[in-house]
Design a protein around this ligand. Structure first.
Ligand SMILES: [Zn+2]
Length: 182
């Protein structure tokens, strides 16, 4: 039996996940679907009421989310040379923190159009490739991605140890990551 349940309440389709949480949480995903997490023992009727009671707000939030995603998709790709120059500047600031693990050698930075991710780090090749689309995102978020990719030189995966490294450099990385729209 899966932990995930598709439900409808007050005309709202939503995905319910049971978790060890204290309260019912509701969020609209970037693709417009509604995700709800609820404590393990909260009755379904209570969860449905919670969602139905917010149907108007959900409707509006969904429309806004989809509109924003559409706008982002329509944005023209930035100039590659300009984006690379800007990313290089950010990289200059971050590099000193990783000079040790990189043996004093700067990684090679590249940009290209990538639709499903913001950046890729190949530690063995010492390369970081950043999405051209990233340059259309807020600067605080761009810096987060650069730091994120650099941290893969220390930890290649997304384990807690990895996020601890990101947090050491950017304590507000979560807020920055939230700025990334896709
Ligand atoms: Zn990563």
């Amino acid at each position: 039996m899966t932990n995930l349940q598709q439900r409808t309440a007050g005309g709202v389709d939503y995905e319910l996940t049971r978790r060890r949480v204290k309260n019912i949480n509701l969020r609209i995903r970037p693709n417009g679907t509604v995700a709800v997490s609820a404590p393990l023992h909260t009755p379904l009727a209570v969860v449905d009421d919670f969602v139905a009671g917010r149907a108007g707000w959900i409707e509006k939030a969904k429309a806004e989310t989809l509109h924003r995603a559409q706008q982002a998709a329509q944005q023209p790709l930035p100039d590659a040379a300009e984006a690379l120059a800007a990313f290089e500047q950010m990289s200059e600031l971050v590099f000193p923190l990783f000079a040790g693990v990189l043996g004093g050698q700067k990684p090679v930075l590249k940009v290209r159009s990538m639709k499903s991710r913001w950046g890729v780090c190949r530690p063995a090749q010492r390369t970081i490739t950043l999405a051209l689309q990233l340059y259309n995102q807020p600067k605080a978020a761009q810096i987060y991605v650069v730091v994120h990719e650099y941290c893969h030189f220390l930890v290649p995966n997304h384990s807690p140890a990895f996020w601890a490294e990101v947090e050491k450099i950017l304590p507000d990385w979560k807020a920055r990551r939230r700025l990334l729209r896709q």
